[in-house]
Design a protein around this ligand. Structure first.
Ligand code: GAF
Length: 435
């Protein structure tokens, strides 16, 4: 796994140079014509609400994945179904050129490897090929710096960058197999396809948040996502006052794995809680439809675990909608309180935190100049996000590293970040973004 260097985010050029030299050495004779980029993400608030159709408020970060390469679509008269040849190499295992042949009838492997995220994503685009004689040919390199297993969405960043690359190869045919809406909102459909790749190919029951923000984020904005309608609402922090705070991320260095373990258990527990809520209100289709009052009313029909899970999700949806308002208003104290409440709810009711993350949050919440701090992402390790006065950010990072080491014996890389842009293309000539 890549290591987060404290306070420094590697520049884009480093990733591009890596992708380029890998391409030159592994695929000599071919010319790379496309560079697609997709970021990792941090969620400010709205945790474990996406898979029940709720609200989330994440933003893209400068850590990202670069996919560089070339591709074409050919017609093969002997083809019985739509097919693809995929050849790629990653900076994580630069010696291995991966090679896959897939068709519309390909099935996900039973064992998920990192390559499954790539192949599963390409598979989602096969229906866009014109006919069963069509064949998609892709050759590319991957270079990224999103820390793996740290709750910053390295997998979504990989899927979305591959998806954006495939869309360029397909040109006008991209999304041609879905309805017209996709032409108007490719970012949404890209996110849905990448989520499907992860759900069906990688056996991970994740929600839509990570793929959606990696696909659709705009620089300078957080994205309020309604995970049911999949509508995106850009949210800017109020920057009119001089005291606009900054966002600091700290990595507990405890690795998480959302496909195994507790994440699917939480997804199932939300379903059980919804069944109980339906006994008092049959119109509740998912936790998104319930209020914290509904949960109290239905408590007698629930076991303690269902009650706690439903309480977290319903209160978290309210906190998320409120946080959007307060961010725009610039009420940092209130945003901070909501973040602190969110963390307490994740720790006590949703039970997705862990000792080290609680220590990190505790250190931050005690520090002068901090408005609020909480676990971000799936949990069971990973990172925290802290809202802190701009002039206290460096002191906070130094203090967190020292204190965390003293209390846990572990190192916690920290960095300051700002909302960055979602999936985009760079010119192969000068590496500047296409608008
Ligand atoms: C992980 C999942 F991938 C997201 O869909 C989301 O559920 C998140 O955990 C928790 O909010 O990142």
């Amino acid at each position: 796994p890549s290591i987060l260097a404290s306070s420094t985010i590697p520049p884009m050029d480093v990733k591009i140079d890596t992708a380029k030299s890998l391409f030159g050495s592994k695929f000599s004779g071919q010319t790379a014509t496309i560079i697609a980029v997709a970021p990792g993400r941090v969620n400010l608030i709205g945790e474990h609400t996406d898979y029940t159709g709720g609200f989330v408020l994440p933003f893209a970060i400068d850590y990202s994945t670069v996919v560089m390469g070339t591709g074409s679509v050919e017609e093969k008269p002997d083809n019985q179904e739509r097919t693809a040849s995929i050849r790629f190499v990653s900076d994580k295992s630069p010696e291995e050129v991966e090679s896959f042949e897939i068709s519309e009838s390909s099935k996900p492997p039973t064992e998920t490897a990192w390559t499954t995220y790539v192949v599963g994503t390409v598979f989602q685009y096969l229906p866009d090929l014109k006919s069963s004689q069509s064949h998609l040919d892709l050759t590319f390199t991957i270079a990224g710096d999103v820390p793996l297993g740290s709750g910053l969405s390295s997998s979504a960043s990989l899927e979305v960058s591959v998806a954006r690359f495939v869309e360029v190869v397909l040109g006008d045919a991209a999304f041609s197999s879905v309805d017209n809406d996709s032409i108007k909102s490719p970012a949404k459909w890209r996110a849905l396809r990448c989520q499907k790749a992860e759900n069906e190919w990688c056996h991970s029951p994740c929600g839509i948040m990570d793929q959606a923000v990696s696909s659709a984020a705009k620089a300078g904005s957080l994205l309020l996502i309604d995970c049911r309608s999949l509508t995106f609402n850009e949210t800017k922090m109020n920057e009119q006052s001089d005291d606009t705070p900054v966002l600091v991320i700290a990595n507990s260095n405890v690795q998480h794995d959302i496909a195994g373990g507790e994440y699917p258990v939480r997804v199932a527990q939300c379903k059980t809680a919804t069944e109980a809520l339906r006994q008092v209100n049959p119109n509740i289709e998912s936790l998104r439809d319930a209020t914290p009052d509904d949960v109290e009313t239905a408590r007698e029909y629930m076991d303690e675990t269902s009650y706690k899970r439903a309480k977290h999700v319903t209160t978290e949806n309210e906190r998320t909608l409120q946080a959007k308002e307060e961010l725009e208003r610039g009420d940092w104290n209130r945003v901070g309180e909501l973040m602190n409440e969110s963390h307490a709810s994740m720790r006590e009711d949703y039970e997705v935190s862990c000792e080290e993350v609680d220590v990190l949050v505790d250190i931050a919440q005690q520090f002068p100049g901090v408005y609020g701090s909480r676990l971000t992402g799936g949990g069971f390790g990973g990172c925290t996000v802290t809202l802190v006065a701009k002039d206290k950010a460096q002191d906070l990072m130094d203090h967190m590293q020292q204190e965390y080491k003293a209390r846990t014996g572990k190192h916690c890389p920290c960095f300051e970040t700002k909302p960055s842009r979602g999936a985009h293309l760079l010119s192969i000539k000068d590496h500047k973004p296409f608008v």
